[in-house]
Ligand binder design. Structure first.
Ligand code: ADP
Ligand code: MG
Length: 405
């Protein structure tokens, strides 16, 4: 099944930005600060989705074999510069302690005298700092706050790909205080797979784009279209394209103002010789709660398209089977509702059942893959939502820039 990890991609000659890898850093006897992305959903004190934490464990385990101590930092939610128990990283501490089989101390804050004393105390090998966003200085990239964080450690490691598009203190500002700094294993893996899509995807390279709106995906479409061998469009965004082609879309989700752009992308694909597939049938309903029908292309006036139909599933799956590399971002239907989830589930299964490098990006799309229970058969599930999209749009991410300097 594809490549099991990023290391083999590196062996295949891929070049990524000139940043130090965790394995190249001198960690022995050092206090190592890791900016991780532990921004997980928490309900009633319980973490409901642990993918982001699990993904960073290899980095933490690697550091624990070498370093004197490990300081972990993350944000959680949007506390907006104020302390609040609902945003505490306590549930993350509990989860880490179990997964690492190591005692993990939760600091009362992320900076300050008490935290400094804790960081100097040899009795605490793994310390989780409290939510960075309890201080408004984090998001303001405040230099004094950056320096206070930096003073806690000797080495800086960024493994928070999901937050790498933010120029915040713990991601951007604090890096310059370190001579010894680099990318954790998760950050490297993200850069390896996503970087490969940008630079030299395996061919045929098939992209599946969906989700609610065209406007969310314009940057990615524009930046990647010339690299694709085939583009499959589903989900709400497909209806703006279908309307641009003069096809009846009923009450489906439409962005009128994006119709010219959809037309432009259709003709760009044509002139580049890239096959662009739109849904040829749909599961449609008059309202989400009403009984759905299956329609061929051309949706009745009072109906909206809420999932791709069976013929489209077959057509898309055929194209997926031709690919050696696949990028999927955006569910192809309103998958949160069971009756509109079959298309998305089928795409997940098509990816899982085909031997190619599969990269799945986007919070909802990753959730859909997990719902389908095929996450183990996907080569790479990206941990970034906004960060992944910005990276694929070709933007420089501050978290990566900070490591390059
Ligand atoms: P991701 O988080 O993976 O990047 P998006 O946020 O772009 O994905 O899109 C996911 C949303 O798109 C889901 O809430 C889903 O219900 C919605 N969606 C997909 N297809 C349709 C459709 N045909 N009509 C309305 N909403 C849709
Ligand atoms: Mg989303």
């Amino acid at each position: 099944m594809g490549y099991p990890n990023g290391l083999q991609l590196r062996a295949s000659g891929l070049t990524i930005p000139m940043i130090c890898r965790l394995e190249e850093l001198d960690l022995s006897g050092k206090r190592v600060f890791v900016r991780a992305d532990f921004n997980v959903p928490v309900k009633k004190g319980k973490i409901t989705e642990t993918h982001r934490i699990e993904s960073t464990l290899p980095t933490l385990r690697f550091i624990l074999t070498k370093a004197k101590s490990l300081l972990l930092a993350s944000h959680l939610g949007r506390p907006g510069g104020k302390k609040g128990p609902e945003w505490s990283l306590a549930p993350v501490r509990d989860h880490l302690e179990k997964s690492l089989s190591y005692p993990v101390s939760l600091a009362p804050d992320c900076i300050g005298a008490e935290v400094e004393a804790l960081a100097r105390n040899p009795g605490h090998k793994v310390i989780l700092l409290e939510n960075l966003r309890f201080h408004k200085e984090e998001e303001a990239n405040d230099p004094a706050f950056s320096q206070a964080l930096a003073s806690l450690a000797d080495v800086y490691v960024n493994d928070a790909f999901g937050a790498a598009h933010r120029a915040h203190a713990s991601i951007f500002g604090m890096a310059k205080f370190f001579r010894e700094k680099g990318a954790g294993l998760l950050l490297q893996k993200e850069l390896d797979y996503l970087g490969r899509i940008l630079s030299s995807p395996e061919r045929p390279f098939v992209a599946i784009l969906g989700g609610a709106k065209v406007s969310d995906k314009i940057g990615v479409l524009k930046n990647l279209i010339s690299k694709m061998d085939c583009l499959l469009i589903g989900g709400g965004m497909a209806y703006t394209f279908l309307k641009a082609k003069g096809i009846a879309v009923g009450k489906s989700l439409i962005e009128e103002e994006r119709i010219p752009l959809a037309r432009e992308l259709i003709s760009q694909a044509e002139s580049l010789g890239i096959p662009l597939f739109l849904p040829i049938d749909h599961i449609a309903a008059e309202e989400i709660k009403k009984k759905p029908i299956t329609t061929d292309v051309g949706i009745p006036a009072t109906y909206m398209g809420l999932d791709i139909g069976p013929q489209t599933i077959t057509r898309f799956s055929q194209e997926i089977r031709k690919a050696r590399m696949i990028l999927w971002n955006g569910p192809v239907g309103l998958f949160e509702e069971k009756k509109f989830s079959q298309g998305t589930k089928s795409i997940a299964q098509a990816l899982a059942g085909h031997n190619a490098i599969s990269v799945v990006a986007g919070g909802d799309t990753v959730a859909a893959v997990m719902q389908a229970g095929v996450e183990d058969k996907i080569t790479h599930l990206s941990t970034g939502g906004g960060a992944t999209l910005e990276f694929l749009e070709g933007k420089k991410l501050p978290g990566i820039q900070a490591l390059e300097e």
